[in-house]
Design a protein around this ligand. Sequence first.
Ligand SMILES: [Zn+2]
Ligand SMILES: [Zn+2]
Length: 349
Amino acid sequence: MPMCIRCGRETSILIDGRLCPDCFLDLYGFGVAPKRLEVTVCPRCGSYKFQGRWFPSSGDLEDVVALVFQAAFKPNEYTEYYRVETVDIDYENEKAIVTVVGKLRGDDKERSMTYAVDLRIKKQLCPVCMRKASGAPTAIIQVRSHNGRLGSEERLLVEELLADLDSGLQEAIISTNEVKEGLDINLLDQNIARVIANRFRSKLGALIKESHKLITQRRDGKRVTRLTLSVRLPFFTPGALIDYKGGLARVEEIDKGYVIIRLLGTNKYKRLRVEEAWKTLQKPKHIERSNVVIAALEPGWIHLQETSGAYNYIEIPKRDVLVEGSIKPGTEATLIKYNNKYYIVGKNN
Ligand SMILES: [Zn+2]
Ligand SMILES: [Zn+2]
């Protein structure tokens, strides 16, 4: 009687000439199961996407998982046939427990194996539901610029922000349409629309205004309203010079709904809530700027020579000037005049 080299049992069946069926299955199974399955399901109608195409739902997600598992399963050379017998979905641990029944070559009966596979269920509207939904968005985010049209840099920021949203939020977006004034984002869900609008506020400093519009009154008396979120992008973008209470400041950062500015020529920072920033910060009017080299330093006075433009020689009382960094004769710098105040900042600022 031949003997299994692993368990030592005497058996008439050795699958690969060495192992009994039990040991073979134990070591190799019927083949290589996928480690991870990703299933895309339409949250509205249950149809699912498989190899890039949408199929109508047969009812159960388990059936869809069985199909996707089967397509990804690679049987080994000793497997005569196999089929997925049952699928149980463990939603909490995001696993599919798949029982496969099959027969090994030379074996005298079917045997079964259980595979636990990581399962990720993605929800995405199918094209049919998308078309149905797009007729009646329940929320719209209108992204606009502070001065009307969205510039190309603003557009880029908007695209980045949208691309960074996690899939749960992205699913609710039915469409984004470029319009003359900016971008209109149509959504299925008003709460998600608010969450997305708030990202614009928190990350880009946008000002949000909310309005509701009654679309129809249904026969059962239920009102259908559409939420409009106007999202206005600010002029105070990171790096920009802005007017803060009559002086110049530079926007350092916008994060978590706060705008951080630094008063130019100092190390003083201010942290303003977005709404406060919209009220307090102004676009500076009439900044005069010139390239200069420090000519001489006197007690009480700074002498400067312009290195472009009118090539003026300028003397400024020290009390009227804020200086960034250290200067000495010969230092090249930028001289900024604003509101009767002078700022000497680094070259090319
Ligand atoms: Zn054995
Ligand atoms: Zn659907």
